[in-house]
Write a protein that binds this ligand. Structure first.
Ligand SMILES: Cc1cc2nc3c(=O)[nH]c(=O)nc-3n(C[C@H](O)[C@H](O)[C@H](O)COP(=O)(O)O)c2cc1C
Length: 214
């Protein structure tokens, strides 16, 4: 099959959304936890979290356009300056998925989707108790993306909570042992199996590659 720019533009909206959201491959499944200034907790699933750099330790994620009706996650991050990023475990993908529904501000997705708010290290934003890897974030910068009015939200890592046995001496984190899930499109969930690990690459130290099986 070959799809041109024109074919893509002429594809029905939902199908186009499914295709374009899938072509980049597996994305991480995370729940973003926030709290409004007047004390309402909020939880939403996000698949666009990305590593931006390690020193300072920065993560970004893409927010949908907010100019028509700003959503709770965005408003709470702007108000408080803090949020949490929590890995979705494969055992709770269904609950995590339904946090994406549009609930009123007063309704806590923690409650209706049956997650437990957890407050750790004196950090003001709620973590997800059931999550295997939790990150406390401080908002650093917000970059509006002109072409489609999405927003790149950039935060600095303040805390990481991870089980001892899921990180090796070099700091490699094993997502298989954590049970973290992956996402394709906006509604397909995958389990992650680690298949290999390779040393730091050097141009003068290439191994003998196996022939690629088609
Ligand atoms: C699998 C999946 C991934 C999503 N990823 C994102 C994302 O990366 N950015 C975004 O703005 N919304 C994303 N959404 C939509 C949000 O989850 C949704 O807008 C949610 O309502 C936000 O929570 P809030 O309304 O409480 O702020 C995703 C939804 C699903 C189902």
């Amino acid at each position: 099959m070959h799809l041109t720019k024109k074919d893509i533009e002429n594809t029905e909206r939902i199908k186009r959304l499914n295709i374009i959201n899938s072509v980049s491959g597996i994305k991480p499944a995370n729940l973003i936890g926030t709290k409004s200034k007047d004390g309402y907790p909020n939880l939403g699933i996000f698949s666009s979290v990305v590593h931006l750099g390690s020193s300072p330790a920065l993560l970004g994620f893409i927010m949908r356009p907010q100019h028509e009706k700003p959503r709770d996650t965005y408003l709470n991050i702007k108000e408080s300056g803090f949020y949490t990023i929590n890995h979705v475990h494969q055992n709770f993908i269904e609950q995590a998925h339904f946090t994406s529904a549009k609930f009123p501000k007063e309704t806590s997705e923690f409650e209706v989707c049956e997650f437990t708010e957890e407050y750790l290290y004196g950090f003001q934003a709620p973590f997800v108790k059931e999550s295997p890897l939790k990150i406390g974030m401080k908002l650093i910068e917000e970059i509006p993306i002109q072409v489609n009015k999405t927003i790149l939200m950039i935060g600095e890592i303040q805390h990481i909570s991870i089980p001892e046995n899921s990180m090796d001496e070099q700091g490699h984190i094993n997502l298989t042992s954590l049970g973290s899930a992956g996402i394709s499109g906006v509604n397909s969930y995958y389990e992650l199996n680690k298949i290999n690990q390779f040393p730091y690459t050097k141009a003068n130290k290439l191994p003998r590659f196996e022939k690629i099986q088609q």
